[in-house]
Ligand binder design. Structure first.
Ligand code: ATP
Ligand code: MG
Length: 279
């Protein structure tokens, strides 16, 4: 049960065997959180890490489609849940439990308990990274997650447009208020390379996330181009990073993954040194 008003929530409990828990969020919907979370998780696995992916978007779970998986996870004898395996990842999603187009209507307490269950009752085993795909906004799911486990940090996704950046700033403020480190900001749909003349076109403008990251004193994790290949690969359940680090479509996604690794190491080592960071 979530804490009642006025009641102190129990302290978040670490997930044993999991090295880092990284949430992918944004203020605004549709900016590419799931696309980046899925590609990040697979890229990390391709780079040799053990990786889990938790689809915490209980309202619109898109991870099963983007991974091309729709099986039901096994419930083990002691009511523990075995995550599915896809492209070397361990994956769990509400979409596996409730396939099809009928939405589940969640009330706050149910939301809190499914997030707790996905963390506590799933056999994640040993993981270097657990990537968590959040729904848009600064609502209940992010709050439940932060109250349940200590997050290593959060990645904030934004497009370069002013409306997306305005909402991204709110997401940064929410994580800061909840004392969650910011891994960094990433600019998605940053530019489009014309397939005919190879000119770069800034459809949603460009550079806004880097500027915002600098203003807020958070790391910038790179620009991901607007690329029809990324959209098609997501829709067909074969994410772009499967093409390998040398593919022109996947290059920026791997660069992003490398930056995430470096930032997570930085956050973890300053936490273990007991450095107090002002964010
Ligand atoms: N860099 C990109 N290039 C081309 N298409 C992209 C890119 N990033 C995301 N998309 C496409 O944009 C759409 C929205 O992306 P996605 O579902 O990842 O966003 P989201 O932030 O997770 O949305 P929601 O807030 O609804 O969870 C999808 O069709 C996806 O394939
Ligand atoms: Mg999504």
């Amino acid at each position: 049960m979530p804490p009642r008003p006025g009641q102190q929530p129990p302290a978040p409990q670490p997930l044993s065997g999991v090295g880092a828990i990284v949430a992918v969020g944004s203020g605004k919907g549709g900016v590419g959180k799931t696309t980046l979370a899925v590609n990040l998780a697979i890229a990390l696995a391709k780079l040799g890490h053990k990786v889990g992916l938790l689809d915490a978007d209980v309202y619109g779970p898109n991870v099963p489609l983007m991974l091309g998986t729709s099986a039901q996870p096994k419930v083990l004898a002691d009511q523990r849940i075995e995550p599915l395996e896809a492209y070397g990842l361990k994956v769990i999603s509400v979409g596996f439990l409730n396939p099809g187009d009928k939405p589940l209507i969640w009330r706050g307490p149910m939301l809190h308990s499914i997030i707790r269950q996905f963390l506590g009752s799933v056999e994640w085993g040993h993981l270097d990274y657990l990537v968590v795909d959040l729904p848009p906004g600064t609502g209940d799911v992010a709050l439940s997650l932060i109250q349940t486990v200590p997050l290593t940090g959060a990645i904030v996704v934004s497009t370069p447009s002013d409306v997306s950046l305005q909402d991204a700033r709110k997401a940064i403020e929410m994580f800061r208020q909840m004392k969650v480190d910011i891994v960094g900001m990433v600019e998605n749909m940053s530019y489009f390379v014309c397939p005919h003349c190879q000119h770069e076109i800034d459809i949603f403008s460009r550079g806004g996330a880097e500027k915002t990251a600098a203003q807020f004193g958070v790391a910038f994790l790179g620009n991901i181009q607007l690329d029809p290949d990324i959209r098609k690969a997501g829709d067909s359940g074969t994410p772009t990073v499967l093409e390998g680090e040398n593919s022109p479509h996947a290059k920026s996604l791997y660069e992003f993954a490398h930056k995430v690794v470096a930032r997570v190491d930085e956050i973890k080592s300053s936490a273990s040194e007991g450095v107090i960071r002002i964010q």
